[in-house]
Design a protein around this ligand. Structure first.
Ligand code: FES
Length: 125
């Protein structure tokens, strides 16, 4: 994995917050249109903030690493801030990605936004 930053390698080998969450407040599964890799994300919300994130990603090392980093980044953030999180910010947070892997950071950003949308629609129901 020489083309990857130390952070990508570290998070790929030791992913944070990976796994299942019973009865999440919101959840979503997204596929990457470029390669078909998938991420499922589950969130717990308290006082308008992300209290906990769990995720399950089937994908390449950057997809795993960006899932891990994003889950750490957004814990404690208010929902509006998470909705504005860009894939570029996630890619930057893992120390950058090789050009042909920049698309991998889209999964975490999209899945988190979709999980928040699911949370909001559950509350309206
Ligand atoms: Fe599919 Fe990276 S190659 S997310």
């Amino acid at each position: 994995m020489a083309a990857y930053s130390d952070l990508v390698v570290e998070h790929f080998q030791h992913p944070r917050n990976a796994g299942e969450m019973p009865d999440p407040d919101g959840e979503a599964t997204k596929s990457n249109p470029v390669c078909g890799d998938r991420m499922r994300v589950m969130i717990r919300v308290a006082d308008g903030r992300i209290a906990e994130v769990r995720w399950q990603t089937r994908g390449c090392p950057p997809a795993i690493a960006t899932s891990s980093v994003a889950s750490e980044m957004v814990t404690g953030w208010d929902l509006e801030r998470v909705e504005e999180l860009t894939r570029e910010a996630i890619a930057e947070a893992v120390g950058g990605l090789p050009k042909d892997k920049v698309h991998c950071s889209v999964l975490a950003a999209d899945a988190l936004r979709a999980a928040i949308a699911d949370y909001r629609s559950r509350r309206q129901a």
